[in-house]
Design a protein around this ligand. Structure first.
Ligand SMILES: *Cc1c(COP(=O)(O)O)cnc(C)c1O
Length: 373
């Protein structure tokens, strides 16, 4: 049997006619960037999330960078983010000339450790720390109350990296609506995926929303009058119509992912693997279903892949040890929990259309591997 990490063909098939018609309409109207279709999608995201404003942009990485810029973060400013996340969280920080300041993670949730953040903030340091990015890793929210409390105490802006958690809820509120800005990615493999690159920023602040609209579009509000140094970070109309159709199904898809996760949990908890821990303050939409072993995650991944199951290691190298961040001068041992997670965490395929047979094959394969250890 062959089971991929995600099967978009199965997701798209039942929506194909509707999507084809919507794309045809964009072509007929020849309005390809921003415009009415984008505004319609943004309005639907406002209704879905309860955020006051939604600003469509080119991708999730740009969403983070623009959010930071709109919040006044720039050259030489320090931005705290977890050492264990996708590269883009810190890449976006560095792309605007700011400095990633890494913090360790909580070993149970894989999200940023408040104790580690507090330690960084409490000591006198040379970085002008202006903001914190809370990443909602794998699909569940970080401890936002704790983060917002620290942000108030130290006068920091808060950007929520909601790339993996669009649709998850923190105490009944949608992820991305609690901080100053929420940055969303619609990369095709995310729970809500476009047909290419796309992203979006959520905010409840009218002035920030206005700034973001100017920044995403070359710094102009009216054509050819450039108020600030903006960027080309616009969203395409074709992506907006595709996303608008898919958005109606997101909650149902996320519920199906939760059901798969529950089935995995029930069957795997006895195997000595650590199943995902979900604190009471958040829902989990299982962008990734992540297990943890006290042995080597790579061995698990290799065995599963050998059996045709597309298991992955997210992420094999924590950011403070990546070559590209060498200039920040971190070293092995600086963030022990991030380093441990990089050695121990691995994923199982999870998506709404996964069949009973496929789930059972995955569980059976894991049992065989563990039995043979
Ligand atoms: C996917 C992702 C991003 C970047 O989104 P893109 O749309 O690919 O630019 C940022 N942060 C995290 C945690 C992600 O998973």
């Amino acid at each position: 049997m062959k089971i991929s990490a995600l099967d978009l063909k199965k997701q798209i098939a039942p929506l194909r006619q509707e999507i084809d018609a919507a794309i045809k309409e964009v072509i007929d109207h020849t309005s390809f960037i921003l415009g009415a279709q984008v505004e319609k999608f943004e309005q639907h995201v406002v209704e879905y999330t309860g955020a006051k404003y939604a600003i469509g942009v080119s991708n999730g990485t740009d969403a983070i960078a623009l959010a930071l810029l709109a919040l006044g973060i720039g050259l030489g400013d320090g931005v705290i983010c977890p050492a264990f996340t996708y590269y883009a969280t810190a890449g976006a920080v560095a792309s605007i000339g700011a400095r990633p300041v890494f913090a360790d993670i909580d070993p149970d949730t894989y999200n940023i450790s408040l104790a580690s953040v507090e330690k960084i903030l409490a000591k006198k340091n040379k970085f002008r720390i202006k903001a914190i990015i809370s990443v909602h890793l794998y699909g569940q929210c970080a401890d936002m109350d704790g983060i917002l409390k620290l942000a108030r105490k130290y006068k920091l802006k808060v950007v929520e990296d909601t790339a993996q958690a669009f649709g998850a809820e923190y105490k009944g509120k949608k992820a991305g609506t609690l901080g100053d800005c929420g940055a969303v990615s619609f990369y095709p493999g995310k729970n809500l995926g476009a047909f290419g690159d796309a992203g979006l920023i959520l905010t409840n602040n009218a002035a920030i929303a206005r700034k973001l609209k100017i920044l995403r579009n070359q710094g102009n509000e009216n054509k050819y009058y450039h108020l600030v140094l903006g960027r080309n970070n616009r969203i395409d109309s074709i992506q907006a119509v595709v996303l608008d159709i898919k958005l109606k199904h997101l909650d149902e898809w996320n519920r199906k992912r939760q059901a798969v996760a529950q089935y995995y949990n029930e069957n795997l908890v006895k195997l000595g693997l650590k199943t995902p821990f979900v604190p009471r303050y958040t829902t989990h939409i299982y962008h990734q279903y992540t297990l943890r072993t006290s042995k080597s995650n790579k061995k698990f991944m290799d065995y599963l892949q050998g059996a045709g199951i597309d298991s992955r290691v997210f992420y094999p190298v924590p950011l403070h040890l990546q070559k590209c961040f060498k200039y920040l001068r971190y070293k092995i041992g600086d963030f022990p929990e991030a380093e441990k997670a990089a050695r121990q965490a691995f994923t199982l395929p999870i998506y709404p259309e996964l069949t009973q047979e496929e789930k059972d094959y995955i569980i059976q394969t894991l049992k065989e591997f563990i039995g043979g250890l």
